[in-house]
Each structure stands twice: as structure tokens, then as C-alpha cells.
Design a protein around this ligand. Sequence first.
Ligand SMILES: [Zn+2]
Length: 217
Amino acid sequence: MAKKRRRGGFNPALAILVALALAGAGFGLGWHFGVQSMRYKGDILLVNEQNQLPATYVPEGLVNLYQNRHSFRLASSDIYLTRETYEAAERMFHAAEEENVNGFIITSGYRSYERQGEVYAESEPGKAQRPGASEHQTGLAFDVTTETSNGFESTPQYAWLSQHAHEYGFIQRYPANKADETGISYEPWHYRYVGVEAAKRMHDTGMTLEAFLKKYR
Ligand SMILES: [Zn+2]
């Protein structure tokens, strides 16, 4: 009797239906898919004043840098990036280290919509993006500095990144004199992961992400 009852409790057909329903719900509600239709250009997520993220957008697979990083330092223990971005950053800073360029300190990574709202409220007008318009909400961007920085752009670390960041899939997202395209004035400390192929093309042509996506995606 007990055996029969146990068998009755498990219905393979029902289990398959439940699994399919769950998979379907996950697929339909996946942030990646929800956002892709609106803001992805090709395979690259574009976030700026005209292309804002919803308040509910949280990237998948955020990695705590403090628990993982080897080749760079951190301004705090609660900085996160997507796994792919973190791994590319690790490779990049490791390569810099091999050339005796050390002392990179990541000061900021992923910021939630709410956190960006606080940053925006605390900042002088024009110094921070409004929530939804910040790349930091993607988990694909970080800010970096060094301990001795009087201005990151005058450091050897900055010079190294200018030459090599694209080899690891990063672009300097807000170059000097490109605010008419990006909407944001020079930020030598802000790097964005776009993948090696796109980063190389942008580096070689001097294009901003906006100009690149307009032309190629
Ligand atoms: Zn930034």
C-alpha cells in the first residue's frame, strides 16, 4: 500500500508540465531578454540619457570583486561586476602587473537604480547621471584610480590603459571632447566592457560607443 501511494504522489507528466511552465516563465521574465528588445544594439547594451534602463533592471551573475580579485585593489568590499566583465578586468590588470604597472584601485562598479538615485541627489548638477541613465547599472562598467592620483589621466596606469584596455574588451567610454556624442564630459577613469572585437574597432577608429553603434549595429 505504501509503495502504491508513493508512486501515486509522483506524476511524471505533471512534473514535466511544471518544469516547462517554470522554464517558460524564466525565459519570458529574463531581464536579458526583456532588455535586449529595447536597448541592445546587436550584442551591445547601450545606456545613456536617451536609452535608459528600467528601475527593476539588475544584471545577471554579479560577482563580488572583494572575494575574487587578485590583480587590482578596491576602494570598498562591496563592489560588483558581471562575471565576464570581472574576468576581463582581472586579465587586463594582471597583464599590466606583468609589465610592472601596478596600483590600480577600482572605486565603483555596479550601482542599483536606487543607489544611482542617491549618487545623483548627492552630486552637483551635471556631475552624475540620473537613475536609469547610468552605465554603472549594467554591471559592465567600473571607475578606476590610483593612490597617487592627482588626476588619473596623468598617471602611468592611465597611459597603460589607453594603450591596452581594448585588447581586453574595454573602452574608455567618455573620452575628451566627445560630449556632443556621449552626452558626458571627459571621464578618464570610467571603463566599459564591450568585448574585444568591438573594443578594438572603437580604439582603432577613435569612435565613441554611440558613433560605433550607429555605424555598425
Ligand atoms: Zn563611472
